[in-house]
Design a protein around this ligand. Structure first.
Ligand SMILES: [Zn+2]
Length: 484
């Protein structure tokens, strides 16, 4: 005899549905008990949560409380036993089975082999459920989410127990979580308690617990859509699926690649969670402060973070060690507006900057090596240049060059040059020249004013320094190793 009921589309969690099935079973059992005058009926369920609800005295919500009372009135809670999923005949029908397999299926027609021997009936222990939240006195609703399938690991609400905001190291977070899990496990055991150093397996379990919890928290909509087989853009985009460990993994097309499963089907992690940031930080530090590209590649061996590169970059930007080594100095302030002298709408060379380049080696008339200098005149407004070769840095040479310059171009109203103490070589000479009586006289006669830029501020003379550099570069490029 069998009885079934169609599940409502919405509004009930799976454990609630399983509880409803238990109510149905209890009514059926009662009916058989009355009609056939049986002595005793044993009820089997593969839902550990339902068995837990029926055997527990704990205060539950109204829905569970009412149905628990109904079942207890009909059957009594002592007659409920746990059947493992693989031995449950009812499971064949709900999961589906081919006609051929069904034909000679002994489980359906005769029940599990142990059913006739009460001494070998499976015994259910509460700790088998590994529901960490049990100690947290959490709402039963919370763990009900997890128990779709007994093969799946339930979520543990580890986020409520360990406060991640107080951690700044991934390893420390895992170790603390692992110790908490061990403590809870040890509480359940009377003997053979786990002590000593943490094992790699325990740390792995702690990490998985965190990832599972975060996924159930952040991607609850996606999980719900996956379970109800409805469409969701993220599921389609990343080919998401729930693995046997109740974790969200990304699918792909590299199923056949000879790489670890984690790399083929990485776990999905939200980019904006503290846990992800700690994981990125840890990967970065354990790989000698590797760069963004390397960290992203290493992370993808195990997890998939949407927009990973951006997030990794933002986390790495905060690394103190990296900043100490590769930090850049403060940027120079924004350049101020150009001075009035340089913005005059006047004839070319009205305001002229002057400077000497470094020495050049040339061949003299008698074939000997000789030093010469270039005296550079540049217009502050038009940036035109006038070059004069001078044999030395004396006043006479400069004055000759200056005369040649004003003869070819025009007489400047303002001459500008380096301050004496700014540069030792060329500037020193210009200062000396400008202070000499002969030069000053000539300049005064021509009505030219000589201005110095402030001391220790070479950038004031930037406009001729830059052209000096360009001129030297051009000479080097054109002449190369030629000796003139
Ligand atoms: Zn770093």
């Amino acid at each position: 005899m069998a009885k079934n009921q169609v599940a409502p589309i919405k509004g009930m969690t799976l454990p609630q549905l399983e509880l409803m099935a238990a109510v149905l079973g209890a009514h059926l059992g009662r009916h058989l008990l009355d009609e056939l005058e049986l002595e005793r009926v044993v009820y089997w369920s593969d839902s550990q949560i339902v068995i837990h609800w029926l055997s527990s005295e704990k205060q539950q919500n109204k829905f569970i409380k009412n149905r628990r009372k109904e079942i207890n009135d009909l059957t009594g809670s002592k007659h409920w036993r746990y059947v493992p999923t693989h031995s449950n005949p009812a499971d064949l029908q709900t999961r589906g089975i081919s006609a051929k397999e069904f034909e000679d299926n002994t489980l359906w027609f005769h029940g599990p082999p142990w059913i006739t021997q009460p001494q070998s009936w499976p015994v259910w222990k509460e700790c088998d459920t590994t529901v960490l939240s049990a100690i947290e006195n959490t709402e039963t609703e919370n763990c009900s989410e997890t128990a779709k399938d007994k093969r799946m690991e339930p979520t543990s609400n580890v986020m409520d127990i360990v406060q991640i905001e107080r951690f700044n190291s991934y390893q420390k977070l895992l170790r603390v979580t692992a110790y908490v899990i061990r403590f809870v496990d040890n509480l359940r055991k009377r003997e053979d308690r786990n002590q000593g150093k943490l094992t790699a397996g325990e740390l792995q379990r702690a990490a998985n617990m965190w990832i599972r919890d975060i996924q159930h928290n952040i991607y609850s909509t996606e999980l719900e859509c996956l379970r109800s087989r409805t469409q969701h853009h993220l599921i389609r985009q990343l080919k998401l699926y729930i693995d046997p460990g109740n974790m969200l993994r990304c699918g792909g097309r590299i199923n056949n690649a000879p790489i670890p499963t984690d790399a083929k089907f990485p776990l999905l992690l939200p980019g904006k969670h503290k846990f992800t940031h700690l994981l990125i930080q840890d990967t970065h530090q354990r790989n000698c402060h590797a760069g963004t590209g390397t960290v992203v590649t290493l992370l993808r061996q195990r997890v998939w973070i949407p927009a990973a590169r951006q997030i990794v970059r933002s986390v790495l930007r905060k690394c103190v060690s990296c900043k100490k080594v590769s930090g850049k100095p403060y940027l120079a302030p924004a350049p101020p507006p150009l001075p009035k002298d340089r913005m005059l709408d006047s004839e070319p060379f009205s305001v002229t900057g002057v400077d000497f380049t470094g020495e050049l080696h040339v061949k003299s008339a008698n074939g000997r090596d000789k030093k010469v200098y270039i005296c550079l005149f540049t217009c502050a407004n038009t940036r035109a240049v006038h070059l004069e070769i001078v044999p030395d840095l004396t006043e006479e040479s400069f004055l000759r060059a200056f005369r040649r310059f004003i003869s070819r171009k025009s007489l400047p109203k303002i001459m500008m040059s380096d301050n004496a103490t700014t540069f030792v070589s060329a500037a020193e000479n210009i200062r000396r020249l400008s202070q000499s009586v002969a030069v000053t006289d000539t300049l005064c006669q021509a009505g030219t004013v000589w201005k110095f830029i402030p001391k220790r501020a070479p950038w004031y003379g930037g406009y001729w320094e830059r052209l000096t550099g360009i001129t030297k570069d051009c000479i080097k490029k054109v002449l190369g190793c030629t000796y003139m």
